[in-house]
Design a protein around this ligand. Sequence first.
Ligand code: NAD
Ligand code: ZN
Length: 358
Amino acid sequence: MKKVKVRLGNGYEIIVGSGLLATAGQNLREIGFSDRLVIITDSVVRGLYGDALRQRLADEGFEAAVIEVPEGEEQKSLETAGRLYDELSGLHVERLTPVLALGGGVIGDLAGFVAATYLRGLPLVQVPTTLLAQADSSIGGKVAVDQGQIKNKIGAFYQPVLTISDIDVLKTLPPRALSTGLAEVIKHAVIRDGEFFTYLEENLDKVESFDDRVLERVISRSAEIKVGVVEQDERDLGLRNVLNYGHTVGHAIETVSGFGLWHGEAVALGMLAAGRISVRLGFLGDDELARLERLVARAGLPVKMPGLGTEEIIQAMQHDKKISGGRVKFILLRSIGDVFVTDKVDPSLVREVLIEQS
Ligand SMILES: NC(=O)c1ccc[n+]([C@@H]2O[C@H](COP(=O)([O-])OP(=O)(O)OC[C@H]3O[C@@H](n4cnc5c(N)ncnc54)[C@H](O)[C@@H]3O)[C@@H](O)[C@H]2O)c1
Ligand SMILES: [Zn+2]
């Protein structure tokens, strides 16, 4: 088991390891909870892990209620949040009743948003169950819902009191979900830690075969990197930008694909585009780009644009630019492990590298 200490909110720990759902009660006791709690989960995760977790906690003397929402991104809505408030009210939940967000990034964001707002803040315990959620979305305190086309903008910065990442649950993820989580893991290595990137090159097969020791290392290191960035810029006013490596072009690709590409797949293409731009501008060596491309491919992520219109992607980026206040920020590489932010990338260069990547 590994522990990552986080100096955000009131300070808390991320625990990463095997068998952690079974010992969650003990962890909750250690931070002062012993009575009632509410598990918010989705319909898939409930069947796989939610009911068993509730039973286990009940056996240990907790009065644990489960609230289920259907699976899927559409549930990250104000409407579903409204239903959850009603359910919490029906359960007579009080200020100090913890909410356990058991699921992927959708549940983490939605239950986190509800915990942040109901009674002006209930204690939140993140129990992420996808690789994306364990390595990325459960960390940093951003919680949100969507409203139509307004994605992730209605939310809060709200830190949990504990995060429990049980690596055993990753075994039931479909391979595509494991790959999309790996995209964010690779992103963390590229922005901050060249040695971790080498570790991924050497151990990727063991991630895919669910080797406990390797998964523990990969998730805890990924978490540490994100924590390190967020601790310096919790409110996303500067440094936190580096976490957007691969996302500038990636978001545009995701939109143009009509969400046919999953987020991590679009980010993989965006990371490669940013890498190519860095090579063209003379910051990064060809050999480093080739290493990045090899690792992305081995992670089961795309390295070639699946027939998407380059012009549409550029337009989508311009649209994002308008929303974000006029400048398209790129995160470029000096080497694997060392990135910088710039708003001086010509759209014609983006066009060229996207064509090169087709
Ligand atoms: N808050 C942040 O900083 C942040 C960062 C990145 C992404 N996000 C958000 O995260 C969301 C995406 O997260 P996601 O990819 O985890 O999606 P998700 O929560 O929809 O989970 C994907 C699917 O996997 C299922 N699932 C979850 N755990 C499982 C398990 N252990 N075994 C089998 N199936 C399982 C879910 O039911 C769902 O069908 C998006 O809404 C995105 O906006 C938030
Ligand atoms: Zn992302």
